[in-house]
Design a protein around this ligand. Structure first.
Ligand code: BV8
Length: 248
């Protein structure tokens, strides 16, 4: 593959699976134990905020006991040593950031932060007192403290950064790269990004444990665990691009 001018990267739950973070739709996934309608919609929060709070607070607390894996580190290396890139993640964990990735667009929100229901302001709230699944957290931004909700994009809510993502997709040209790692291709608009990138002329490459719903959107398909497939793929690309540079 010739050196692209820019790389758009999209990740999903599969990139964090080898860190011990449960995915959603695999066996033992998060959606096995919960109905989306009960824990990941605005109406669920109105109807039963205690259950939603418990679902997210347990996942927030679990962030403290997981570490980035080789797939996160390979992506951080690709971003540091390769062409200019944007990393769009569907994941709400902070493992890309902790692996050293800088330009991370968390399109479905972030577990680390909470959002004031009155002002909409977000705060990083991971102290012990913020991680009690039986106790809501109150903001520090309003004169009369308001309850804070998970800073998460629920079903039916607009994902974050859509204008930035659309701008990057529009700027992709022939020979650019759209790399997708660890996602089942179920959830839109994320699942449509590869197809749109291909329409812009980019080469689309997938790393996934098995074939996702949108497997036909990819020019290259590398099936296997991201923790072992991705480091080899990134090493090969970086070496080829550096050889190409040297031969100019
Ligand atoms: C919106 C909350 C509009 C955060 C999530 C078009 C067609 C069909 C439906 C829709 C459509 N447009 C909109 C919809 C509705 C809906 C949707 O897509 N529904 C689907 C499910 C039918 N989309 C929305 O509601 C979105 N909002 O469109 O708003 C709008 C417009 C104007 C104004 C207002 C609103 C909002 C989508 C975000 C919802 N929030 N979750 C949280 O709790 O985490 S989505 C949820 O699914 C997660 O966030 C997750 O990120 C996302 C995708 O899942 P994956 O990451 O792919 O994980 P999954 O378990 O599915 O797959 C894991 C994959 O990894 C597997 O393929 C597996 O093989 C692989 N894997 C496993 N281990 C490894 C591995 N790969 C490599 N290595 C390994 N070791």
């Amino acid at each position: 593959m010739k050196r692209p001018a820019r790389v758009l990267i999209l990740t999903g739950a599969g990139v964090s699976a080898e860190s011990g973070v449960p995915t959603f739709r695999d066996v033992d996934g998060l959606w096995e134990g919960h109905r989306v309608e009960d824990v990941a919609t605005p109406s669920a929060w109105v109807r039963d905020s205690e259950t939603v709070w418990r679902f997210y607070t347990l996942r927030r607390r679990a962030l403290l006991s997981v570490e980035p894996n080789a797939a996160h580190r390979a992506i951080a290396r690709l971003q540091a040593e390769g062409p200019p890139s944007l990393l769009v993640s569907q994941n709400v964990d902070d493992l890309h950031q902790r692996a050293g990735s800088e330009a991370v667009l968390s399109m479905h929100g972030q577990l680390r932060s909470l959002r004031c229901e009155a002002s909409g302001r977000c705060e990083d709230r991971m102290a012990d007192e913020d991680l009690d699944e039986h106790r809501f957290v109150w903001c520090s931004c309003c004169a009369t403290a308001s309850r804070m909700r998970p800073d998460i994009v629920w079903f039916g809510e607009m994902p974050m950064g859509m204008a930035t993502i659309a701008g990057w997709i529009d700027a992709l040209r022939e020979g650019d790269l759209c790399l997708v790692v660890g996602t089942s291709g179920h959830v839109h608009p994320a699942a449509g990004i590869a197809q749109q990138a291909r329409r812009s002329g980019a080469t689309t490459a997938l790393v996934n444990l098995d074939a996702p719903l949108n497997v036909d959107d990819f020019d290259e398909v590398h099936l296997g665990p991201a923790g072992s497939v991705l480091p080899m793929l990134v090493d090969g690309w970086l070496q080829a691009w550096s050889d190409e540079g040297a031969s100019v």
